[in-house]
Design a binder for this molecule. Structure first.
Ligand code: NDP
Ligand code: MG
Length: 400
């Protein structure tokens, strides 16, 4: 595909096996699923680095199993705790601070980086991996929302390859295989609709944190679970798809599909739609990326369409779930608006998770911030991160 974010992986050599792997966000939902894949096929990987955020206990357990030469956590104080939790005969180099993640993403001896930190914190490491020419299994959609244009330019310059882990984008990637974008009409992202599908705006007034976290089909981290409930996740995914596949927003549609069996579709000019189907388990797209182009057995329950019975589809309700529209508008408005959208969303979701704001304040805060934002140049990572910081400060101050 000519306008793919990196050279189209089918046309480029994939790293040989065993792959020397760096996992950023190892302690999270995606990281944990990735380690299941790695432990099932240990002959295919050499894990060089495992990086967590704050969870020293989980990182210690993972590290004891795989013994990578590098580990990282955000805070130096957590590193001290981590050291006490590791086996006595294992002495990895342990990094901390935000630069640690960029350093691991660009480790000269690494072939492949799984970018699965949550939120804007994933942007700089993903860009570092792109600049260093790595094969990037990309789960961190926020990094494309912040600076997809910079990641694209970095991949073009270094030859870094991006393989999409996000299930919809992985489905699209598979639907585009062999076509390289020829004859493409549009992409169609499926959305489960989240736990509040079918509710009106008024019904959402009093919903609680636990209700919003209870995703019907997927087991995921807290932030993306809330994003799925507001449909912001689908909004971020439209932006992600536009950056990955080099398309304008009107070429990416959304259809709600509550069973989460069809993971997305590619529509060609002749009217054909190629869908990707599978049970909703992130090990499938993760393994597809980590082992690409090889397919590996995962020991998962197999999809039986007869058992599923029926697959249904409906239009998203933009009135009840304005975040989808806000993301589309932000992307259309230019490259600084998505940075603001993402930053306020992260602040609002965090406040909601801490029960400091009501559910409907999430879209309200984002709408207010976007309405007050005047487009500003974001042509360097520094400019993006500065806008991200400033926006967060303003959004948090607005609430206290
Ligand atoms: P989780 O919250 O489960 O995990 C996030 C990971 O990032 C943890 O390892 C966490 O560390 C780490 N982390 C958090 N903040 C920082 C930071 N400032 N610096 C470094 N590391 C940090 O999230 P998910 O695994 O659910 O999601 C990860 C990414 O993948 C997100 O961008 C999400 O949108 C995307 N994604 C997730 C899917 C899913 O099914 N979960 C599906 C598709 C995409 P710790 O826990 O140790 O603090
Ligand atoms: Mg997704």
């Amino acid at each position: 595909m000519q306008s793919y974010i990196s050279p189209w992986p089918e046309t480029s050599p994939a790293p040989p096996f065993p792959r020397r792997l760096v996992i950023l966000g190892a302690t999270g939902s995606i990281g944990t699923s990735a380690l299941r894949v790695v432990l099932r096929h240990p002959e295919l990987f050499q894990v060089l680095a495992l990086a967590g955020g704050r969870n020293a206990e989980r990182l210690a357990e993972q590290a004891a199993l795989l013994r990578p030469p590098y580990l990282a956590l955000v805070e130096p104080a957590d590193v001290d705790r981590l050291r006490t939790l590791l086996p006595g005969d294992y002495h990895p180099e342990i990094l901390s601070g935000s630069a640690a993640f960029e350093r691991l993403a660009a480790l000269p001896e690494a072939d492949m980086v799984l970018s699965s930190i949550v939120g804007a914190a994933g942007f700089a490491p993903t860009l570092a991996a792109a600049r260093a020419g790595k094969t990037i299994a990309l789960a961190n959609k926020e990094s494309l929302v912040l600076g997809g244009h910079l990641i694209r330019a970095a991949c073009r310059a270094s030859g870094a390859l991006v393989l999409p882990v996000d299930s919809e984008h992985n489905a699209l990637f598979q639907g585009l295989a062999g076509h390289a974008g020829d004859g493409l009409h549009r992409l169609i992202l499926t959305a489960s609709g989240g736990p509040f599908r079918g509710r009106s705006r008024a019904d959402l007034e009093g919903v609680t944190r636990d209700q919003a976290l209870a995703h019907p089909n997927w087991s995921m981290g807290a932030k993306i679970s809330i994003d799925s409930s507001t449909l912001m996740n689908k909004g971020l995914e439209i932006i992600e798809a536009c950056h990955l596949y080099g398309l304008p927003a009107d070429k990416v549609g959304v259809v709600v599909h509550p069973q989460s069996i069809v993971h997305s579709l590619v529509e060609y000019v002749d009217g054909s739609q190629i869908a990707h189907l599978g049970l909703p388990d992130m090990q499938i797209p993760i393994a597809h990326c980590l082992c690409y182009p090889r397919r590996v057995e995962l020991g998962l329950k197999r999809l039986s369409l007869a058992e599923v019975g029926s697959l249904t589809f409906e239009e998203p309700n933009l009135e009840a779930f304005p975040c989808l529209r806000l993301a589309q508008e932000a992307f259309a408005a230019g490259p600084s608006h998505p940075v603001v959208l993402n930053a306020v969303n992260e602040v609002a979701v965090d406040l909601f998770l801490h029960e400091k704001i009501r559910y409907l304040e999430i879209p309200a805060m984002i709408e207010t911030a976007l309405a007050g934002h005047a487009a500003t140049p974001v042509d360097s990572p520094e400019a993006i991160l500065e806008l991200d910081r400033e926006t967060r400060k303003r959004a948090a101050a607005h609430r206290t």
